[in-house]
Ligand binder design. Structure first.
Ligand code: MG
Length: 164
């Protein structure tokens, strides 16, 4: 398994990751980055497309868990309630330690787990270090110029990974 931060799969948005796809890849536990994955940074609530997607994925038997580096506990908790999902804040990605902790708590083996996120050097790297499947999505909002630079620096890694 590569420890370079290459994504395994790429999608345009989180709601494009179908329950069918997850079943085909035997993914039963899906960790979710929040900012720019479930919503742009300043958006307080998930869109219905995202909550509908989460409901469909949960109905197929996949467990969700929001794993965010955010310190804004209240913001993360609102998303967790709306997605009916447990959550972790201050996850410290790219460290894999919180990912491994929630997997241990849920008795999930790494080959059945994936993490969805928009950033290479936090999300994809933490997934690789945890030995789970990294799924990269396109960031929802590129208007922040510092983030745009960061995404540009990620380009050599972003182009890898299978588009589904
Ligand atoms: Mg993010």
């Amino acid at each position: 398994m590569s420890v370079l931060p290459f994504p395994e799969y790429k999608f345009r948005a989180v709601q494009d990751i179908s329950a069918d796809f997850l079943a085909r890849k035997s993914i039963e536990f899906l960790m979710l980055d929040l900012d720019n994955t479930l919503a742009p940074y300043k958006q307080a609530l998930p869109l219905s497309a995202v909550t509908d997607w989460a409901a469909a994925v949960r109905a197929s038997g996949v467990k969700l868990c929001i794993v965010s580096n955010s310190r804004k506990e209240k913001r993360v908790r609102i998303f967790a309630v709306m997605l009916e999902s447990p959550y972790v804040t201050r996850a410290g990605k790219p460290s894999p330690s919180k990912l491994l902790e929630v997997m241990r708590a849920g008795n999930v083996s790494p080959d059945k787990a994936a993490l969805v996120g928009d950033q290479i050097y936090t999300d994809v790297l933490s997934a690789r270090l945890a030995g789970i499947t990294p799924i990269l999505i396109s960031p929802m909002d590129l208007r922040n110029p510092l983030l745009a630079i960061r995404y540009a620096l990620e380009a050599p890694f972003r182009i890898r990974g299978r588009a589904e």
